[in-house]
Ligand binder design. Structure first.
Ligand SMILES: NC(=O)c1ccc[n+]([C@@H]2O[C@H](COP(=O)([O-])OP(=O)(O)OC[C@H]3O[C@@H](n4cnc5c(N)ncnc54)[C@H](O)[C@@H]3O)[C@@H](O)[C@H]2O)c1
Length: 290
């Protein structure tokens, strides 16, 4: 199927949604980076609220295994968000499988920390391609389907939500490739929101604090807690627990961010029909808006 054919199919299907209960009753959602971490947790919350979900991930095997734990309204599909042809294919396969898309969550992200003297040009380009350029590719193709659906059903609204970061709201020492791409993501969010509002597509970003219980931080071999312990980043820390305590103390609400916290902001974006182009912090008060 081509993208044009997928658009036609999505138009035909716009009033054909599964009858389910919950805050996202009948909605079809795509979550990139949905195989694990925040993406999987968000997909799980959306599924429990009645959505059908595509777990779209470069790790196809894990995406499919994670989808299988949710149930028959979930499917795992491979995507590399840094490759426009792969994102186009994701949208075609989503329409083939579920008939359309109502909510697109751009969540896939990577992190390579390093100072100016350490970080290579290749590492900078890799982070930028996934976190910043990948968001553009996702909105480019997801909005094609949503625009077609809006043509067929002018009363309907659709949502694009970027999982950004508190590092998109303030600089991050020795982590500029990540912070720069996330700041850029907020510029894209505002600009996409202005362009897509005439098609009744809202575009918002959510800026979570650190998800300490997720694999990025807690993986016993490659997680940031272990890395920071070995790098001596936290003065006086002798164990992973010392490093963890140091980071927990940074937030006025002394705990890490969870997928449940992020999902509450996501439900707000979908249910609120008078807001677009915003970046919503979910940081336990660690980062406050001006
Ligand atoms: N973990 C945190 O503390 C934290 C805090 C704030 C924001 N975030 C943001 O939340 C999002 C998810 O982070 P996470 O901590 O769950 O990460 P994670 O590493 O646990 O999961 C990321 C997922 O994205 C997938 N992925 C990586 N590159 C991809 C690509 N090119 N195409 C498709 N999929 C790809 C991975 O396979 C993985 O399944 C990211 O955008 C991240 O910047 C994370």
């Amino acid at each position: 199927m081509t993208l044009s054919e997928a658009k036609e199919l999505a138009k035909k299907n716009i009033y054909n949604r599964p009858v389910t209960a919950g805050r996202l009753s009948g909605k079809i959602a795509v979550v990139t980076g949905g195989a694990q971490g925040f993406g999987f947790g968000i997909a799980q919350q959306m599924y429990q609220q009645g959505a059908s979900v595509v777990l779209a991930d470069i790790n196809e095997e894990l995406a499919q295994a994670s989808a299988a734990t949710l149930g028959d309204r979930a499917v795992g599909i491979r995507v590399d968000v840094g490759n426009p042809a792969s994102v186009e294919e994701l949208m075609i396969r989503t329409v083939e499988h579920f008939g359309g898309v109502d909510i697109f969550v751009s969540n896939a992200g990577v992190l390579k920390a390093g100072s100016l003297s350490e970080l290579t040009a290749e590492q900078f380009d890799f982070v930028t391609k996934v976190n910043y350029t990948g968001y553009f590719y996702c909105v480019k193709y997801a909005s094609e389907i949503m625009k077609a659906q809006h043509e067929a059903a002018p009363e309907k609204w659709f949502d694009i939500i970027q999982i950004n970061s508190k590092s998109g709201l303030e600089g991050s020492k020795n982590n500029f490739a990540y912070a720069g791409g996330k700041f850029g993501g907020i510029g894209l969010t505002q600009s996409f929101a202005l362009e897509l509002v005439e098609h009744q597509i809202k575009v918002n970003a959510i800026c979570p604090g650190n998800y300490y219980d997720g694999p990025l931080w807690s993986d016993p071999e490659r997680g940031l807690f272990v890395q920071y312990l070995h790098a001596g980043k936290v003065p006086g820390a002798k164990t992973v627990d010392d490093v963890k305590a140091f980071y927990m103390a940074k937030s006025p609400i002394h705990r890490g961010c969870t997928p449940e916290d992020v999902s509450k902001a996501l439900f707000y974006c979908v249910e609120q029909d008078y807001e677009t182009g915003q970046a919503i912090p979910v940081t336990g008060g660690q980062t406050m808006l001006n």
